[in-house]
Write a protein of this length. Structure first.
Length: 187
């Protein structure tokens, strides 16, 4: 919303969407490997803390009138990269929180929660923008990242199984292979 208010450019709205969601698409093979290789809880806590700080700084820029189109696009891109790091860790953490028999229900519940948030979030954002302005909505968004961080601090997942260590060139080659080249052992 802010980028449109600043520039009145629908093209920049599209660029903003790409800045937010492009990293998730483009970095998925590597961020998924990172979720397998590193401690998922630490990864989530780090990304949530970084997202909290970034959105708080963006809110400060907006309150001060310093949020230009370039600033918003830059922050959105960095937030997109952090989201790309957080999503695989968040989704993989589910398996260590529930029994194997309950996993399909847990994944479905997580998906439903995510989709409800995507559906309801813009409406809530519009209410916050109407009540507190764009900068206030950014400030509320900043606090929202702390909700997941708090939940991650509270839960105690089973110990994470680490994937085998490979040389970096082997990891990149494995990430580029199609999924059907490596059928699941359970199938």
């Amino acid at each position: 919303m802010l980028i449109y208010r600043l520039t009145h450019s629908t093209v920049l709205l599209g660029v903003l969407q790409f800045a937010q969601f492009g990293p998730v698409l483009l970095l998925a093979p590597w961020t998924g490997a990172a979720a397998d290789r590193f401690n998922r809880r630490h990864l989530l806590l780090t990304t949530q803390a970084a997202q909290t700080v970034l959105t708080a700084v963006l809110a400060g820029f907006a309150f001060a009138g310093l949020a230009t189109g370039g600033v918003v696009l830059g922050f959105s891109f960095v937030l997109g990269v952090l989201t790309a790091l957080a999503l695989p860790a968040q989704q993989a953490l589910i398996a260590s929180l529930v029994d194997r028999d309950d996993l399909p229900s847990a994944v479905a519940l997580n998906s439903m929660t995510y989709n409800v948030a995507r559906a309801v979030g813009p409406s809530l954002a519009a209410l916050f923008i109407a009540a507190f302005g764009v900068a206030g909505a950014y400030a509320v968004n900043s606090v929202s990242y702390l909700v997941l961080a708090t939940a991650v601090l509270i839960v105690r997942p089973r110990p994470q199984e680490r994937s085998a260590q490979h040389a970096p060139h082997q990891q990149r080659a494995f990430s580029r292979r199609p999924a059907w080249a490596h059928p699941c052992a359970d199938a």
